[in-house]
Ligand binder design. Structure first.
Ligand code: SF4
Length: 132
């Protein structure tokens, strides 16, 4: 699956991207930071990327790029395909202006299956405890 991003940066503004435990530990290990430095527990069931100045903490507004692209969260890797938890169906996120160029429709089902497989890992019954 080849992703061609036009680097508009819209998906990284006021992000509400949810993270999996794998995302937390991978980014922690790579950056030597605690997950609390780049994400926050919502007090209920999810850990969400932090924003700074209305953009993701890892977004560079200067060149409109992700500073952790190689280790970016699972949800960012599959974006703009998103799962609607109420209908249990996938679609393209409305914030992406070029969804089909970035993720051709023929990959929609495959990406949807990947998201559904990971779905349980987006939920935390309590605040995560990691090694950092
Ligand atoms: S981690 Fe990277 S791709 Fe994901 S929202 Fe932040 S800047 Fe954008």
């Amino acid at each position: 699956m080849v992703n061609i991003c036009f680097s508009c940066g819209k998906c990284c503004l006021d992000t509400e991207m949810q993270l999996t435990l794998d995302d937390l530990t991978r980014i922690e290990a790579s950056m030597g930071k605690s997950w609390k430095e780049f994400s926050r527990w919502d007090g209920n069931s999810n850990v969400i990327l932090k924003n700074v100045n209305h953009h993701c903490i890892f977004f560079s507004p200067t060149d409109k790029s992700c500073t952790i692209y190689e280790i970016r969260p699972f949800g960012c890797q599959l974006y703009p395909v998103v799962l609607n938890p109420w209908s249990n169906r996938c679609s393209y996120d409305k914030d992406c202006p070029h969804p089909k160029q970035i993720s051709p429709a023929k990959f929609l089902d495959a990406k949807c299956r990947l998201i559904k497989k990971q779905l349980p890992h987006f939920f935390f019954s309590r605040e995560p405890q990691t090694n950092e």
